[in-house]
Write a protein that binds this ligand. Structure first.
Ligand code: IMP
Ligand code: MG
Length: 182
């Protein structure tokens, strides 16, 4: 089955599996070159779980052996609009004090989620904080923040797939897609 035949109706491919895979190799080498010490990778759930899984294996191929712990945050509570506040749904298990950490998220949009996560690990005493996102949406930033590692700049449209959802659907798609205009 090719990629087109496994694409649900009304979803257009924005970044293909091959494009994503190639970018992850480059990103992994960049992160390797940054020489983090005893790196702890922190995927921000839920949206980043697919990207993080692929990135972790890219980091392994680049020669890194990071530890991993998850932080589950929610900022989108209804539909496609950001509520403006961030909640911890499930906290991390590991102590980040004096550690080099890499926060990984799916999308940097208003910036509230990543800023919240950064402030949280900084308040807990992390020594060095890197940030990595699959997609950078530049136009809706509400907080002054940028990511250290960005896989792709993304157009200001709602995207799904590759871990990202619309009302809990489409996370399983192997590509980043957008809902086509009716
Ligand atoms: P921010 O806090 O506004 O930067 O939003 C970041 C979070 O919002 C991401 O981690 C995503 O979970 C979610 N988000 C933002 N834009 C999209 C989108 O186009 N599709 C799916 N989720 C999105
Ligand atoms: Mg998210």
């Amino acid at each position: 089955m090719d990629q087109t035949s496994s694409r649900p109706d009304g979803i257009e491919v924005v970044f293909s599996p091959a494009t994503i895979a190639e970018r992850i190799e480059a990103l992994s080498r960049e992160i390797m070159a940054a020489k983090f010490d005893r790196l702890l990778v922190i995927p921000i759930l839920t949206g980043s779980f697919v990207f993080s899984a692929d990135l972790l294996r890219g980091l392994h191929r680049a020669g890194l052996s990071p530890e991993v712990d998850f932080l589950s945050l929610a900022s989108y509570r209804r539909g496609t609009k950001s509520s403006g506040s961030v909640d911890i749904l499930r906290d991390m298990e590991l102590d980040v004090s004096e550690r080099d950490v890499l926060l990984v998220d799916d999308i940097l949009d208003t910036g509230r989620t990543l800023a919240y996560a950064k402030d949280l690990v900084a308040a807990r005493g992390a020594r060095r904080i890197g940030t990595c996102v699959l997609l950078n949406k530049k136009v809706r930033r509400a907080v002054d923040i940028s990511a250290d590692y960005v896989a792709f700049d993304c157009p200001p449209v709602f995207v799904v797939g590759y871990g990202m959802d619309l009302a809990h659907r489409y996370r399983e798609l192997p590509f980043v897609g957008r809902i086509a205009e009716a």
